[in-house]
Write a protein of this length. Structure first.
Lengths: 352, 284
């Protein structure tokens, strides 16, 4: 019995010892915390980084389950913060004095502050941005330049998209609506959703499958099974590096622009480490390295100097100034729209 | 015997705590959640609306009917395939071969379901292995898409649940005395009569327990329908996931969860009644 007791006590001390080493628990997207940056961060600050990969919906669900505990820093998209903050109180206000404003593009920082404003306080700072648009195999589908290509019978069986809210928004633009303007008017938004549902159900023979993860989409584009897809710009550029015929194309209705952010969960244990991480990864050399790795632009003004030339060329090729001006940035989503959209998505998937 | 009882509780306490804290309490939380909902003014209150939605919205109950039907088909196909395999392993194979065969059956389960499903996808896809071979052999002149349809999905489900049918069947068949079959044969019974009057009745408990496990596994599966099923394959579990994750409607999601539990129990109860069995017999 004594031996057992001694063993238990020793085990407890051992555990206590490991718990003392400082950690930063990061809840983020795949690829947002490159190993090299993590290693450099650990070396500089001595803080261990534990990364959990997720997406917008699961981030919210995870934080909601624990009422904002379990993670020190999360990286949701800017449009998905204010409504869940109002309803579930998942995050704590960002202390902008603790982040180095020089490391951010001022207009982007201001936009995110404005879009995450709840009760007079802002909750996030920008990290990176990108767009959803078309990825087109121009050998097989040279003419695809609009969201309408996704429902075009010419490409029957050669189209792929996700069955998620961005697709609904894109279809809204394709059908001539302005979904973002309808955010304020749930009734008109519902009418638009019904129209979109009819369109997408009628277009079911045209779509090959609803892709669920980026790697599988890249595989079906690369193997020539899919000619036109709705996807993120970075995915298109990854394909372009192997096959020049495939590239990202902003549709003429305007690509959909998102900004992923830094937000600190309400019950974060190590807030100081969270700010350290923000200021560390936003340094131009780290942000630039991230851009080269993930082919994704950041909110750092000087990162492009440290980005691979080939990756910087992607931005220049796909985003001439007129295209950038035409990007439709997601405004904050009002809460009740998401359950409406969920129902419509179920209806589309269930239809034969 | 106070000492032995103390030891019993000492060993039992972790299990009890585990069950209570990680299984019973969360389920109770979900159950209360399923009876709560927002009224028109956005205030939370007690309501049956979440359950009513299931019956009034055709999308929801039709999805459940579809899921249950496909799970039944899967169970039946699995049974048809497992029966001869189990018979071969328990009766015909030599004992050394028998061990090897069981290991062959178990082998695929050493990797996760996700890996197995991706394996099937690599085989079946339009630019996949099977198409490549058939093109090279000249059997077809244009690649055929074999993924993303109901047949592929059912095949995937059957594949992932084979083992859970074969194992109980092998164990009941091993207890079947060979001399019964021999006697029937000597007395002039045909193959069909032997199967119908001797082997099947003897295997009934094994068939039932295998069928229950396979049915529940197929009904509760999420990965296979989602990845192999394609664009028309809304599975009921996916609907629960969507309610929790995409719509943030945990109340509706937990109501669906409990409906799945209740309705699948009902189906199993009906199945037992129809075949005139009791759960106690099957479990023993």
């Amino acid at each position: 019995m004594k031996k057992v007791l001694v063993f238990v006590l020793m085990a407890m001390f051992a555990l206590a010892g490991t718990a003392r080493a400082e950690t930063l628990k990061l809840l983020t997207w795949k690829g947002y915390a490159p190993q090299q940056v993590i290693d450099a961060f650990e070396k500089e600050t001595g803080i261990k980084v534990e990364v959990t990969f997720s997406n917008n919906e699961e981030m919210i669900a995870k934080l909601r389950a624990t009422r904002g505990a379990g993670f020190d820093l999360a990286q949701p998209s800017q449009d998905r913060i204010s409504s869940v903050q109002e309803k579930y109180n998942l995050y704590q206000p960002m202390d902008y004095a603790k982040i180095d404003a020089k490391l951010f593009i001022p207009s982007m920082l201001d936009a995110v502050k404005k879009n995450t404003l709840v009760g007079g306080k802002s909750y996030a700072a920008p990290f990176c941005w990108g767009t959803s648009g078309l990825v087109v195999n121009s050998d097989k589908a040279a003419g695809a330049d609009s969201w309408k290509a996704l429902i075009d019978p010419t490409y029957k069986g050669r189209v792929s998209y996700r069955l998620k809210r961005p697709t609904l928004i894109a279809m809204g633009f394709a059908l001539g609506y302005d979904p973002f303007a309808l955010y304020k008017d749930p009734k008109a938004y519902k009418e638009m959703l019904d129209k979109i549902a009819d369109t997408l159900i009628a277009a079911k023979p045209i779509v090959k499958n609803y892709w669920a993860n980026g790697d599988s989409l890249i595989e079906s584009m690369r193997s020539g099974e899919v000619f036109v897809a709705m996807a993120w710009d970075a995915g298109g550029w990854k394909l372009n590096a192997d096959n020049k015929a495939i590239d990202f194309k902003a549709p003429k209705e305007g690509a959909l622009g998102w900004i992923d952010t830094f937000a600190i969960p309400a019950k974060a244990e190590n807030v100081a480490a969270a700010y350290k991480w923000i200021n560390f990864i936003m340094k131009p050399e780290n942000a630039g390295y991230f851009s080269s790795q993930e082919k994704c632009a950041t909110a750092s003004p000087d990162a492009l100097k440290y980005t691979d030339k080939a990756v910087a060329a992607n931005f220049a090729r796909s985003f001439p100034q007129a295209t950038i001006d035409n990007i439709k940035w997601y405004p904050p989503v009002p809460a009740q729209l998401e359950s409406m959209e969920g129902k419509v998505l179920d209806k589309i998937k269930a239809a034969e | 015997m106070p000492r032995s009882r103390l030891v019993f509780w000492l060993f039992f306490a972790p299990v009890l705590l585990w069950l209570l804290l990680l299984i019973v309490l969360p389920h109770l939380d979900l159950l209360t959640m399923s009876f709560r909902g927002e009224n028109d003014y956005g205030e939370m209150g007690w309501t049956l609306q979440n359950y009513r939605n299931f019956f009034t919205e055709p999308v929801y109950w039709l999805t459940f009917v579809r899921t249950a039907l496909y799970a039944l088909i899967t169970t039946f196909i699995t049974f048809l395939l497992a029966m001869p395999v189990a018979f071969y392993i328990s009766k015909l194979a030599r004992s050394r071969v028998r061990g090897a065969l069981m290991i062959l059956l178990l082998l695929p389960f050493w990797v996760s379901e996700l890996v197995r499903v991706y394996g099937w996808m690599i085989l079946l896809r339009e630019s996949g292995v099977l198409n490549f071979v058939m093109l090279k052999l000249g059997l077809i002149d244009k690649p055929v898409e074999m993924l993303y349809n109901d047949a592929a999905m059912i095949m995937g489900l059957v594949y992932t649940s084979m083992l859970f049918m074969i194992v109980p069947l092998v164990s009941v068949m091993e207890s079947l005395d060979d001399s019964l079959i021999e006697a029937a044969h000597d007395l002039g019974a045909g193959k069909i009569a032997i199967w119908r009057t001797i082997i099947l009745p003897h295997c009934k408990p094994g068939i039932t327990s295998g069928a229950i496990v396979v049915f529940m596994l197929a009904l509760g599966n999420y990965l296979t329908p989602n990845l192999m099923g394609g664009k028309n394959s809304l599975w009921f579990t996916e609907q629960i996931y969507n309610q929790f994750i995409a719509s943030f409607n945990w109340n509706q999601g937990s109501a669906f969860g409990f409906l799945l539990l209740a309705l699948s129990s009902l189906i199993i109860w009906a199945g037992l009644k129809l075949t005139g069995q009791r759960l106690g017999e099957v479990a023993s």
